[in-house]
Design a protein. Structure first.
Length: 279
């Protein structure tokens, strides 16, 4: 039994809908799927209904944006199976608003450099709870300024260190986010710690008993980095997860559903912990 516990739909920055994801999970022999759109839990009810229809078990999920104040950088936390998801709604609304403000400024910067319109960007964000860099890049692809979503132009505009059009703001503090997840009786797992250079933060959170698990199996970690993550997980008895971080057309790297997975032991640990929190 395997699960892909990290994938995105058109509700955030993926290119495929919920049904497309679940049907593809069935085709590829995935037993469990968790749709973890950014800062929205809008997929939960529909995913459950479609999962039952197609014979794929679903774990409610969301990828929450947070901020590592000590190091001044973003970190993503996956929340699984919150028993009281309403307690996360305010956080999701706040983070989506932060992202929309950043996107508005980025669109303005891009349209000053390239003669595209805000409307040409927004049509690609239809159905999404926010606007993402991928939607801006899609408009630039539409009008021929590049043929790639990720390449030289994306790096020039949106590189986190030197991008001419990147706009970032602080998201809610990671400790606050973790406390809120546990208040919702959800399971908190750090997403792709290599991607945002969060291994030191992972150690701190694990030492303080603030985090339940870590996504060790993700395309951003090479073998050496994965070993470091797995050693930390073993030392602090963390749940170990894996996921494709699937975005469809908007994938940053070639990846497909089931390219990284979570095994039965750790799926069971998530479900047991969620059930324990419900008592």
């Amino acid at each position: 039994m395997i699960g892909d516990l990290h994938c995105h739909t058109t509700l955030s920055d993926g290119s495929l809908g919920i049904e497309d994801i679940i049907v593809q999970a069935k085709r590829t022999g995935i037993d469990f799927i968790s749709i973890t759109d950014h800062d929205t839990m809008s997929s939960i009810n529909r995913a459950k209904i479609l999962g039952e229809r197609y014979g794929v078990q679903t774990i409610p999920g969301v990828e929450l944006s947070a901020w590592d104040k000590k190091r001044g950088r973003k970190v993503h936390i996956l929340c699984y199976a919150p028993q009281k998801p309403d307690r996360l709604e305010g956080l999701c609304i706040k983070s989506c608003e932060i992202r929309r403000q950043c996107a508005g400024e980025m669109i303005q910067k891009v349209t000053e450099l390239y003669p595209i319109t805000a409307e040409s960007v927004m049509k690609h964000a239809t159905g999404s709870k926010s606007v993402f860099k991928q939607h801006i890049m899609h408009a630039l692809v539409d009008y021929g300024y590049t043929t790639h979503f990720y390449g030289r132009l994306n790096y020039k505009l949106f590189n986190h260190e030197s991008g001419s059009c990147i706009v970032e703001r602080e998201y809610p503090d990671v400790n606050f986010v973790l406390d809120l997840i546990h208040s919702s009786r959800g399971v908190a797992v750090m997403a792709h710690p290599v991607y945002y250079n969060s291994i030191d933060l992972l150690k701190e959170l694990a030492e303080n008993g603030k985090i339940d698990g870590v996504e060790a199996y993700h395309y951003s970690a090479d073998e050496e980095q994965r070993k470091i993550i797995l050693d930390i997980a073993k030392q602090y008895d963390l749940i170990i997860t894996g996921g494709s971080d699937f975005h469809g057309l908007y994938n940053e790297k070639p990846t497909y559903l089931g390219s990284n997975t979570t095994d039965k032991e750790n799926i069971d640990r998530i479900l047991r912990l969620a059930n324990k929190k419900d008592k």
